[in-house]
Design a protein. Structure first.
Length: 173
C-alpha cells in the first residue's frame, strides 16, 4: 500500500526511522564520532533527520512516499515537484531487514501509478552507478538512464559516479 505524507505531524517518525536505520547509523558515525554512546549518537542523527524534514523538505510540492504492508513501513522516498510536469526522487531506501524483497521497485511503481492520475509527467532520480540494487529497482519500475553524470534537481548539481534515471508518462518536460 502506498502512503503519501505532506505534513510532518502525519508521519510516524518511529516507522520512518526503521526504514532509514542504516543511513542514520552512518550519519551518527560521521557527525558524532566523539560520542561513545552509539545509541545516543543514533538518536541525535535521527533528530537531525526529522529537523531537516521539518525545516527544509516538507513544503508545498513535496511529499514523503512510503510503501507499507500490514502496518510495517518497508520502503520510502522523498518526492519533489520541480516543475509542473517534472518530479524528482531522493532518499529511496528500504528497511535493512526487508531488502531484496522488491519493496523499492513496488514503491516506485506505485508512485508512477499515482502520478499518472495527475496528468503527464517526467519522474527523475540520481542514482550511484555502484548502487546495483537501486538501479535494478528503478529498471523494474520502468525507468531508463537518461544522462551521465546524474543531476540532483534540489541541490542543482551533477554528481560524478552517478547516472540520471527517468520515467516518462504522456509527454512532459
Amino acid at each position: 500500500m502506498l502512503l503519501e505524507f505532506t505534513e510532518l505531524s502525519h508521519l510516524d517518525k518511529n516507522k520512518l526511522m526503521q526504514v532509514y536505520l542504516e543511513g542514520n547509523r552512518i550519519n551518527a558515525d560521521s557527525l558524532y564520532p566523539h560520542l561513545t554512546d552509539r545509541r545516543f549518537a543514533l538518536k541525535l542523527a535521527e533528530r537531525d533527520f526529522i529537523d531537516y524534514l521539518s525545516r527544509y523538505f516538507l513544503r508545498p510540492g513535496r511529499a514523503y512516499m512510503v510503501q507499507a504492508e500490514d502496518g510495517v513501513w518497508l520502503s520510502a522516498l522523498r518526492l519533489s515537484r520541480v516543475y509542473p510536469e517534472l518530479y524528482y526522487i531522493e532518499a529511496l531506501e528500504t528497511r535493512p531487514d526487508r531488502r531484496g524483497e522488491g519493496h523499492a521497485a513496488q514503491l516506485l511503481k506505485n508512485v508512477v501509478t499515482l502520478l499518472k492520475t495527475r496528468g503527464p509527467f517526467v519522474l527523475r532520480d540520481c542514482v550511484s552507478k555502484s548502487n546495483t540494487p537501486s538501479i535494478r529497482a528503478h529498471q523494474k519500475a520502468g525507468f531508463t538512464v537518461y544522462c551521465e553524470p546524474g543531476f540532483d534537481y534540489l541541490a542543482k548539481e551533477s554528481h560524478s559516479g552517478s547516472m540520471g534515471m527517468e520515467y516518462r508518462s504522456g509527454g512532459g518536460t
